[in-house]
Design a protein around this ligand. Sequence first.
Ligand code: NDP
Length: 254
Amino acid sequence: MTLFDLSGRVAVITGGNGGIGLGMAKGMAAAGATIVVAGRDAAKNAAAVAEIQALGAKASTIPVDVLEEQSCRDLIANTVKLHGRLDILVNNAGMSIRKQPEQYTLKEWHTVLDSNLTSAFLCSHAAYPAMKQGGMGKIINIGSMMSIFGAAFATAYAASKGGMVQMTKAMATAWAKDNIQVNSILPGWIDTALTRRAREEVSGLHDNVLKRTPAGRWGVPDDFAGIAVFLAAPASDFVTGAAITVDGGYSVQG
Ligand code: NDP
């Protein structure tokens, strides 16, 4: 196996049916991985599988609702049943409810925290025995600029994404002995369904991001292909607990 070869490896990507998740899935597929697309929307799941298969790669879908513990456990169990192994888990499913902190209901708070953070805990918890048995594992957790910064409209989202980074470090520490690396990626502002909605809801967001991003553009899902391959491949075997920004320089702009 070479540094960036994913041949024979099986990767589950929650929220892999669009946006950043699909960008990572396509990157890992091109490097040889077998992809399991795990989202809620059946039409999006099928379209994503077709797009990955069109690259000549192996892909299938196992529907999941990451808000449900049993659904997360079934996703992992069915992946192992179908493919005999699980090497790579990308905890990417996520959403936001944009409101001032005082306007949140407890239910809304839990929906954001459970979708973004608890889901990653549950899928990782379910994946650990299979990875341990396989002698290796790669877990990639998707954070955000809100893992570092705050925003008035993002109380629950920022809490979930800050938590993601700290959970990553704790799991990396616990599972290094099992040759399981756990890292997080912190995307900058990326053009996806999530941020198309944010741009409708937060006035000035589009131009403010452009102004602050040294690369001079919004990111696109394909920007995540390379980092996903790196963190899934033998090239990153001594990298664990890291939080890697992929943001066109947004977070280092003074
Ligand atoms: P998308 O809205 O395109 O993707 C979100 C994905 O999450 C969808 O595939 C969706 O699948 C899935 N999802 C949401 N809730 C659930 C659920 N309960 N069960 C299963 N799947 C679920 O947006 P992005 O690609 O932008 O977001 C991907 C990740 O990247 C998220 O974690 C987001 O927070 C993060 N991120 C995005 C940034 C950006 O600028 N775009 C910046 C920083 C972080 P389905 O449609 O089937 O429900």
